[in-house]
Write a protein that binds this ligand. Structure first.
Ligand code: 5RP
Length: 225
């Protein structure tokens, strides 16, 4: 079974999960990435059953609009009913590394407004300890070298994701060699305190509430331990 088949299975499970518990006033938060793209495609025939979506990237917004799924500005929403997003790594506490697609800052903002965060992932994303996946850090362009030095001082090996500009007009530095990251909340806060860092890809202060993990044998519903 291919990884993409597993991603689609996780997305289908998320759609079933959402439709079973939301009303027609629901606002669904939409993450970013290939797993979420399956979710958007599967949501399209059911768009009449929700009020709208809010999106975590220009790419997701464009895909939603192309399928005539309404997208609202997050500022017009007091609460997101459920946020559906993928992850690059997720641990047993449902803390994650995200931002492989560079959308970490908007993803973190939508997650902060969400009543419930549902992570959808294929089995390859499930890890015991975070940090083998390089940790994305979004930085203000003029702070790139400064943040790189600070990351090196913390023991990481920073790599500028050259040619990539985020939806917010910033750069991404991928911090290698932080493995194993524990406790993740401490590192998340520490990185947030570096001048010039907009956001980092650790989602530990606001982890997922539910993980829908697709394995060849089926999709498992996992809650945080
Ligand atoms: C984008 C993300 C994605 O959720 C993460 O990279 C997983 O992507 P995919 O579903 O394509 O494997 O954080 O910024």
């Amino acid at each position: 079974m291919s990884q993409d088949t597993l991603k689609r299975a996780a997305a289908q499970a998320a759609l079933d999960y959402c439709l079973a518990k939301i009303g027609d006033d629901a606002v669904i938060g939409i993450g970013t990435g290939s797993t979420v793209n399956h979710f958007i495609d599967l949501l399209a025939p059911h768009r009449g059953r929700i009020a709208a979506t809010v999106a975590s990237s220009e790419a997701s917004t464009a895909r939603l609009r192309a399928l005539q799924i309404p997208v609202w500005d997050l500022n017009s929403v007091a609460e997101v009913t459920v946020y559906v997003d993928g992850a690059d790594e997720i641990n047993p506490a449902l803390e994650m590394i995200k931002g492989g697609g560079g959308a970490l800052t908007r993803e973190k903002i939508v997650a902060a407004v969400a009543r419930e965060f549902v992570c959808i992932a294929d089995a390859a994303k499930r890890v015991d300890h975070l940090g083998r996946f390089p940790l994305p850090v979004e930085v203000i362009p003029m702070a790139r070298s400064h943040v790189g030095r600070q990351l090196r001082a913390l023991g990481a090996n920073p790599e500028w994701r050259q040619g990539v500009v985020t939806d917010n007009g910033n750069y991404i530095i991928d911090a290698h060699d932080f493995y194993p990251i524990a406790p993740a909340r401490v590192l998340e806060e520490r990185l947030n305190n570096i001048a010039g860092v907009v956001a980092n890809g650790l989602f530990a202060l606001r982890p997922a509430d539910v993980l829908l993990l697709a394995r060849p044998g089926g999709v498992e519903t996992i809650r945080a331990r």
